[in-house]
Design a protein around this ligand. Structure first.
Ligand code: ATP
Length: 310
């Protein structure tokens, strides 16, 4: 067991950021921690690393109780923060050497690891270039490299693809997949469902500081499999009409995203006859049904769309 967190409570003054939050991570898994902005993902990471103290509950990392004092825990974790933390005026190699030395790597091993890591992050040809001249995606890759030098037992990537180009994003997702194959344990937080679907072997969905569902992608989708999902495009959607649809008997959830209503009903229930009269004044453009995905799991369990808050 890499991590075991039980009923963790964390408050910032009056703001409850973690509310009886529990989760575990097993060796060798890529766990996707999915939640909207403000759900408490970064707060949880900081408590597990020991950067923030907790108010109640218990966290054990690598079998050691996290009280913020044990340096052995921190030494075995690679943490890639949401903000890119590299030195722009230094070359890629100097950055890697600097972060490697912080982890206590000495000359020979450091030189070897710099080359290995540069290969992994695809920056072997750019080692002598200043980081400040890199694109956002290359800086992020270098940032990940800096967290890999000491061969951590647990790698934490906190929203690693925010604000970077699609090519680097794919590179990072591919890196996570390959790292998983080599047995690395990774905690990957994101509010992008497709990413979590693509890389995670297990997913934990959290909202408002609390875990709301956990399992493999297949298990989570299985939970809502009985439901039917209708996507109805109209010319102009409105919150008032969304509420009318929501009030229909048998309708579980309705979300409005731009001019598309997403209606969830229990499988087998026919609601379309009742929906059409309500929407007729809005100009129906298209009606589709779709297979459920993680977004639907979140919507069914919370009544909210993840993307609303992005
Ligand atoms: P994001 O994806 O936006 O980083 P998150 O899921 O990581 O979101 P946190 O950053 O952990 O969420 O925030 C959880 C809650 O705690 C939010 O309501 C946030 O406003 C609040 N919060 C976070 N840091 C602080 C702080 N230093 N002081 C007060 N409140 C804070």
């Amino acid at each position: 067991m890499i991590l075991q967190a039980e009923n963790v409570i964390k408050r910032y003054q009056n703001q409850l950021a973690l509310d009886y939050f529990s989760m575990s991570i097993n060796e060798g898994e890529v766990i996707g921690l999915l939640g909207p902005n403000g759900a408490g993902k970064t707060t949880f990471i900081k408590t597990l690393i020991g950067l923030l103290s907790i108010d109640e509950g218990e966290i054990n990392v690598f079998g050691i109780k996290q009280d913020g004092k044990n340096k052995d825990i921190r030494r075995q974790i690679g943490y890639v923060t949401q903000e890119i933390t590299i030195y722009e005026e230094m070359t890629a190699k100097e950055n890697l050497a600097f972060f490697g030395s912080l982890y206590g790597l000495k000359k020979e091993k450091l030189d070897r690891r710099i080359l290995e890591v540069a290969e992994i992050i695809g920056l072997k040809d750019k080692l002598n270039q200043k980081a400040g001249h890199f694109s956002g995606g290359m800086k992020r890759r270098l940032n990940i490299g800096c967290a890999l030098l000491h061969e951590p037992k647990l790698l934490i990537l906190d929203e690693p693809t925010v604000g970077i180009d699609p090519q680097s994003r794919n590179y990072i997702l591919e890196f996570v997949r390959k790292a998983h194959e080599t047995g690395m344990t990774i905690l990957y937080t994101s509010h992008y469902i497709e990413e979590v679907e693509a890389v995670a072997s297990r997913v934990l969905i959290m909202d408002q500081g609390h875990p709301i569902a956990e399992g493999t992608l297949r298990e989570l989708i299985e939970r809502i499999k009985g439901d039917s999902h209708l996507l109805i495009d109209v010319r102009i959607g409105s919150e008032e009409v969304r509420e009318k649809l929501q009030a229909l008997p048998d309708v579980k959830e309705v979300a409005l995203n731009d001019n598309q209503y997403h209606v969830i009903v229990p499988g087998g229930v026919i609601v379309i006859d009742r929906i059409i009269p309500i929407l007729s004044s809005q100009g129906i453009v298209n009606i589709n049904s779709k297979q459920p995905n993680l977004e639907d799991v979140f919507l069914t369990l919370t009544g909210k769309q993840l993307r609303d808050e992005v």
